[in-house]
Write a protein that binds this ligand. Structure first.
Ligand code: NAG
Ligand code: NAG
Ligand code: NAG
Ligand code: NAG
Ligand code: NAG
Length: 533
């Protein structure tokens, strides 16, 4: 039994590496992903004054998302990742309701809380009509049932569809050893308020059933990609077989900052991609007392440890982590973090509300309903995201090698990281820094990205300049803002900085009057919206 299972897994690994995933992954590499939690994105009527109790359902729907697709597309995103779609438990538990969608009860029914089957089909159609891809979050580690905190949990297995018998599940034990795969893959997660009945994903029956299910789900609804929740908590062999059966690109959640623990999923062919937790931690640190040298170090670790960083999800926020602004509200550092996630190697992923500089703490406070922002398209991070998406989408259009050309370090010290990504012509040269909006004004001379005499444009300020006789460009730094340069010719006719001025020091009359004051007011305003909602 064991050896035949392993044989099947090995065969699945081989075919997956050789054929199916390659084309899909190539397509996903060229995309940028906006992550939506359906209950918290938009209500069907689009109202923005609805009070939200964070542990309960707040009323977001698939129809609400359809009606607000412009908000996402106008920011330049080419894919949307949505929270799970299947029917969940209805109970109020000690840890809240299943508003997030991760507490599966019936894998064969759509979640009626988010709309009808027609609503969901319309959503897929509308997303596709706009040339965007849809990624759906799926749960394979467990099914869920409310419980009274008396262990072992009393589960009525007959309520689950399709896993309606105890034989499909591991015997109860509580995960206690977070470093021991045997323990965290076979025991039950978080046994408080809700029992996450742990599926025996190493059993042939469970594997086959999941393969049938995901094949149908993808085909029935024309889904383009998957996020596999808690991938680290199922056995290795399960994953490639599941991905293979789905026939689409998938990334799996592997929450670890340890290089080999993350990268082995790629090097062993278990998953095509993962959200890049390896760079998440040092990036966050660099803006909270850490150093940009650590960011560069982990960038190199990811590049040498993983097979292909271009399919890792590049992010600084998601629905599981406290918001970036929870740690530090400074707008300039948020812009630097956003710039890095877009222009580094990988698939840029933005979690709804990041573009509105939300600052909620851990779950569920990091799941603010987006409507408290009034979907403000003039918000500074919304505007920056739009620019970065346009620049990246344009580079990809200009060169099919852009995504596959690893970014190269041009300059790095404790405060700065300057990279160049893409082949000559389509390349983007950018510097992020961690000095915050109190950062000094200075010149930074950077070479390695351009040729002597090249005309270039800095796209966050729409300034033009010329590379000197050695190909060096002088970056005018100030207020801790990031800088992003492209060839002037590369953006002609694209709508990116159609009107530019001669570059010069920050703070000149020409360079955006009172920009620091503007940033402060914006930060205060978003704080007020959050606080009084
Ligand atoms: C399960 O283990 C966690 C530590 O991983 C502990 O905090 C929790 O109290 C335990 N719960 C039960 C029900 O044993
Ligand atoms: C897919 O559609 C078929 C035909 O309507 C249905 O029988 C099946 O249950 C669906 N499967 C899933 C996973 O939605
Ligand atoms: C990843 O890279 C290693 C080392 O180059 C190679 O042996 C392995 O086959 C690759 N795996 C995949 C899934 O591409
Ligand atoms: C930026 O890096 C320096 C040097 O490591 C550090 O002292 C400083 O606290 C960092 N800035 C922020 C905002 O964390
Ligand atoms: C940057 O380069 C310019 C032009 O070559 C030069 O005038 C300037 O002094 C340099 N600035 C710094 C800080 O090195």
């Amino acid at each position: 039994m064991r050896s035949s299972l392993f044989g099947a897994a090995a065969a699945a690994v081989l075919s997956f590496v050789g054929l199916t995933a390659a084309a899909d992954a190539e397509e996903w590499k060229t995309r940028s992903v906006y992550q939506v939690m359906i209950d918290r994105f938009a209500r069907t009527d689009g109202s923005t004054d609805h009070e939200c109790e964070y542990f309960r359902f707040c009323g977001g729907t698939w129809r609400g998302l359809i009606n607000k697709l412009d908000y996402i597309q106008d920011m330049g995103f080419t894919a949307i990742q949505i929270s799970p779609i299947v029917k969940n438990i209805d109970e109020h538990t000690a840890v809240g309701d299943a508003y997030h969608g991760y507490w599966s009860l019936d894998n064969y029914a759509l979640n009626p809380k988010f709309g009808t089957e027609k609503d969901f089909r319309d959503l897929v159609d509308e997303v596709h009509k706009r040339g965007m891809l849809l990624m759906v979050d799926v749960v394979v580690n467990n099914m869920a049932q409310a419980f009274d905190n008396k262990v072992p949990p009393k589960i009525d297995y007959s309520k689950f569809n399709p896993f309606n018998d105890q034989k499909y599940f591991h015997d109860y034990c509580n995960v206690t050893r977070w470093e021991d795969p045997e323990n965290y893959q076979n025991c039950w997660l978080y046994p408080y308020g809700v029992a996450l009945a742990d599926l025996k994903t190493e059993s042939d029956e469970v594997v086959k059933e999941f393969q049938n299910w995901i094949k149908q789900l993808v085909a029935n609804y024309s889904i383009d990609g998957l996020r596999i929740d808690a991938a680290k908590h199922v056995n290795d062999e399960f994953l490639p077989q599941f991905v293979e059966a789905s026939g689409v690109f998938a990334w799996g959640e592997v929450l670890t900052g340890v290089t080999n623990d993350l990268c082995r999923y790629q090097t062993k062919g278990l998953l095509p991609g993962m959200p890049n937790y390896l760079e998440y931690y040092p990036l966050l640190q660099a803006f909270n007392g850490g150093s940009m040298e650590e960011v560069a170090k982990y960038r190199n670790e990811a590049a040498s440890g993983c097979n292909d960083t271009s399919v890792l999800g590049s992010f600084i926020e998601n629905h599981d982590m406290p918001r970036f602004a929870m740690y530090n509200e400074d707008m300039a550092i948020a812009k630097n973090a956003m710039t890095y996630t877009f222009l580094n190697d990988g698939i840029p992923t933005v979690y709804q509300g990041q573009e509105q500089h939300f600052k909620g703490n851990g779950t569920p406070y990091n799941r603010e309903p987006l409507w408290i922002s009034k979907y403000d398209k003039s918000a500074p991070l919304y505007q920056l995201t739009s620019t970065l998406n346009k620049v990246r989408n344009n580079a990809i259009k200009l060169s099919k090698d852009y995504v596959n050309t690893p970014a190269e370090t041009l300059f790095n010290d404790v405060n700065h990281l300057c990279l160049r990504k893409g082949p000559y012509g389509s390349q983007v040269v950018f510097c992020i820094n961690n000095q915050s909006s109190k950062g000094p004004k200075y010149e930074l001379n950077i070479s390695g990205g351009f040729h002597p005499g090249d005309k270039v444009v800095e796209v966050t300020r729409c300034r033009h300049t010329t590379a000197d006789a050695t190909g060096t460009i002088t970056m005018y730094m100030g207020n801790g803002e990031p800088r992003v340069y492209v060839h002037a010719d590369a953006i002609k006719g694209t709508g990116i900085c159609s009107d530019t001025k001669e570059d010069g020091p920050v703070g000149n009359a020409a360079s955006g009057v009172g920009s620091t004051a503007g940033i402060m007011i914006a930060a205060l305003a978003s704080w007020a919206v959050f606080f009084f909602a």
